[in-house]
Design a binder for this molecule. Structure first.
Ligand SMILES: NC(=O)C1=CN([C@@H]2O[C@H](COP(=O)(O)OP(=O)(O)OC[C@H]3O[C@@H](n4cnc5c(N)ncnc54)[C@H](O)[C@@H]3O)[C@@H](O)[C@H]2O)C=CC1
Ligand SMILES: Nc1nc(=O)c2c([nH]1)NC[C@@H]1CN(c3ccc(C(=O)N[C@@H](CCC(=O)O)C(=O)O)cc3)C=[N+]21
Length: 322
């Protein structure tokens, strides 16, 4: 039997080829489809907006992210300035950029001090220059499902937090959002587990997906919460409940599993991945072993490139208010 198979095919089957049916979707593919939209808006604007990034830590993931931001800006007609400052000088530097009319957008790479002090720093960036969508006003409006900064005039759209929005764009791209359902209900029927409940990604993401109709299990080191609009998604916005569930209870029932654990050794237990589930990792660490391809229908190993394009999109969307 084997003698009939061409040598290269036999080798592929043994070593290289993933088990046939898992589709790996790379962030770049999704990023490219969003970039064409961004290019259109940039053309309309008719100038090259300036994004300023503040780096005040030695975190390699932050440095890498800053480098990618620089590269993506350069390739797409945006100006980017990386300002490396001491932690102690960061507050003054942000305030100065807030007042500088030549600066269109500001991003501060975290963590800086960690904890509450970082949340303070996050909030001193002017809401009009916040491109990450993490200003309190934007977060409040997101959790409350308010879409405009001024709901009367509807002149200025609220931004959504970058990384959660990047994940939504990926879910749209791979067809988890069902476009036959009305806007706002397109995740009805989907069960999604998110392993991470940070204030910048996991918690806002759980809220957004539940607002769109999903049944969401939000997992962190303290336990599992459920975010849902209830049976028949009759509620207008999501509610949150603490549960007694463990990861073992919720993951095997999930159509989508999203991981963001910032630990090198952490691997999501593959036996908890439902056959044909969709697996997405946003951590800078590889939270899924490659063998995930033996169970998942779609695997997205990283999302950073999409996040950066969403950042540029947020920069453009925010310009009318400046
Ligand atoms: N691709 C992108 O665009 C972005 C990627 N990241 C990356 O995502 C990762 C997470 O970042 P943050 O949310 O800021 O981190 P964080 O440290 O603020 O939050 C980590 C979360 O994971 C949970 N967690 C940790 N270990 C766990 C375990 N064993 N089981 C269950 N839950 C566990 C924690 O309880 C917490 O909710 C990092 O690797 C970061 O570099 C962050 C922002 C954007
Ligand atoms: N204010 C702020 N916002 C951030 O969003 C932020 C930050 N600070 N500090 C640092 C972390 C880190 N971060 C990552 C970006 C991309 C990947 C990533 O996965 N990038 C590649 C993977 C590269 C590889 O192959 O290893 C990709 O998606 O293609 C990971 C991590 C954003 N961060």
């Amino acid at each position: 039997m084997t003698s009939r198979v061409a040598p290269s095919t036999a080798r592929d089957a043994q070593h290289d080829a993933p088990p046939a049916s898992c589709k790996v979707v790379l962030a770049q593919t999704v990023a490219n489809s969003l970039l064409s939209e961004v290019q259109g808006s940039l053309k309309e604007l008719g100038r090259s907006p300036l994004l300023v990034g503040f780096l005040a830590n030695a975190d390699p993931a932050a440095r890498m992210y800053a480098d990618w931001t620089a590269k993506t800006c350069k390739e797409n007609g945006f100006e980017f300035q990386l300002r490396e400052v001491d932690k102690e000088d960061l507050e003054e530097a942000i305030l100065e950029a807030n007042d500088d009319d030549s600066v269109d957008g500001i991003i501060v790479y975290f963590p800086v001090f960690g904890g509450g002090q970082d949340q303070y720093l996050q909030q001193i960036t002017s809401v009009h220059k916040d491109v990450e969508g993490l200003s309190h006003k934007y977060l409040f409006n997101m959790y409350q499902n308010i879409r405009y900064l001024d709901p009367q005039t509807k002149a200025q759209k609220c931004l959504l937090p970058c990384t959660p929005l990047a994940i939504i764009k990926i879910l749209e791209y791979i067809g988890v959002y069902n476009s036959i359902l009305p806007y706002g209900n397109r995740l009805f029927g989907k069960t999604i587990t998110i392993v991470n409940r940070s204030e910048i990604v996991g918690r806002p993401l759980a809220a957004l997906l539940a607002n769109d109709g999903a049944n969401v299990y939000s997992v962190d080191i303290t336990g599992v919460q459920q975010y849902t609009r209830g049976a028949g998604i009759k509620m207008k916005q999501h509610q949150v409940h603490d549960t007694d569930f463990n990861l073992e209870d919720v993951a095997p029932n999930s159509d989508v599993i999203i991981t963001g654990v910032p630990t090198k050794n952490y691997k999501f237990p593959l036996k908890l991945v439902k056959d044909g589930a969709i697996c997405i990792n946003f951590s800078s660490e590889k939270n899924f072993d490659l063998a995930v391809k033996e169970r998942a229908s779609i695997y997205v190993p990283a999302i950073g490139k999409v996040t950066i394009v969403v950042l540029l999109r947020n920069l453009l969307v925010g310009i009318p208010s400046r």
